[in-house]
Ligand binder design. Structure first.
Ligand SMILES: [Zn+2]
Length: 335
């Protein structure tokens, strides 16, 4: 790339404008194209991106919308899909992807009337102008974009590819929004109060390149210390320029979060991640009920003393109740 890059001396953009002004122009284009971008893989395994259109501040309204929709309607069908979506509260962003549209079969007209499309994202145009602009603008793109992931494997693969070059690719802002599987949380569940050591490894091949884990058999060799989530944490801990990190979790488990999730074990590795300002490192977790109703002792939850020395702040909020969604979507909505 370096050897074949033309200096573009005849271009007024490069010969007349100083680098600071060019940088300002790039930044303007990033913010105009959507400075928050979802990074995901299309069906053909190619990386793709869509601008984020979700408004985090309005909260997750999916369950409410689902209960308000008419029984058996197309609308109800789509709210159930959104409630089960791996993109969670980013379901509206997911609907901008070609992958989502290909996966929809019923009622094209309803979709066209009810699904908003995101506008085309302009920043790739700039990257394709010439090699000089590509090389000059790339660090600026990485420093000024929030990259959003909704899949642990995709996050891990992308961070492995691009996380090791902080000079040219200074990743500063990340969001990770995960609907985790039951198997993942079970890996961290203490087998007994007396024995809180590492849980056994599922499967038999510790060197396998494991996948996001739907069943034990299809993804052998994962344990509490070796699984896609741990690898994402390892990659995050290597990033030297993080200014903003937002991690949001919910589970697919039909049972309550507070009965099956040991937060202090599951998120222990986040203590190794460095973000310059602690308030910009947010771990968003489900609300907890009052203590007597919890299934695990209090040292498994992030509160008070368990948060001492944590490099992040915990922000709690409501999550869709999986059990109720399951019952209601199975036709047991009641009157
Ligand atoms: Zn989004």
């Amino acid at each position: 790339m370096v050897a074949t890059t033309s200096a573009q001396d005849n271009s007024p953009f490069f010969s007349l404008l100083p680098p600071e002004i060019r940088e300002m122009i790039y930044q303007d284009i990033w913010s105009h194209s959507g400075s928050r971008q979802h990074i995901y893989k299309e069906e053909d395994d190619k990386w793709s991106h869509v601008p984020c259109v979700a408004d985090y501040s309005t909260g997750d309204t999916r369950f409410e919308k689902f209960t308000q929709s008419a029984r058996g309607s197309e609308e109800e069908y789509h709210w159930v899909k959104r409630l089960k979506s791996e993109w969670c509260y980013h379901w509206c962003c997911e609907q901008s992807t070609p992958k989502w549209h290909k996966a929809q079969t019923p009622n094209k007209r309803w979709r066209e009337e009810n699904v908003k499309h995101a506008g085309p994202s302009g920043f790739m145009n700039l990257m394709l102008v010439c090699k000089r602009m590509y090389r000059e603008a790339l660090p600026s793109l990485f420093a000024n974009t929030t990259f959003i992931f909704t899949d642990l494997l995709e996050a891990r693969t992308w961070l492995t590819l691009y996380g090791g070059n902080p000079e040219k690719l200074p990743i500063r802002s990340l969001e990770i929004c995960i609907l985790t599987t039951q198997l993942m949380t079970e890996l961290y569940f203490p087998t007994s109060e007396e024995n809180e050591g590492p849980n056994p490894t599922f499967g038999h091949n510790n060197n396998s390149s494991s996948n996001s884990n739907h069943t034990q058999d299809s993804h052998p060799g994962i344990s509490m210390h070796s699984n896609p989530w741990q690898r994402v944490c390892d990659q995050l801990a290597l990033l030297p320029n993080l200014h903003n990190l937002h991690i949001w979790f919910h589970t697919r488990d039909l049972r309550d979060w507070h009965k099956r999730m040991s937060e202090t074990r599951f998120f222990a590795k986040l203590f190794d991640v460095k973000v310059k300002d602690r308030n910009k490192f947010v771990l968003a977790l489900p609300d907890l009920p009052l203590k007597p109703k919890r299934g695990l002792p209090s040292h498994h939850f992030f509160e008070n003393e368990t948060l001492e020395g944590a490099p992040f702040v915990v922000e709690r909020g409501p999550r869709p109740n999986n059990w109720r969604v399951h019952l209601m979507a199975s036709g047991l909505r009641g009157p």
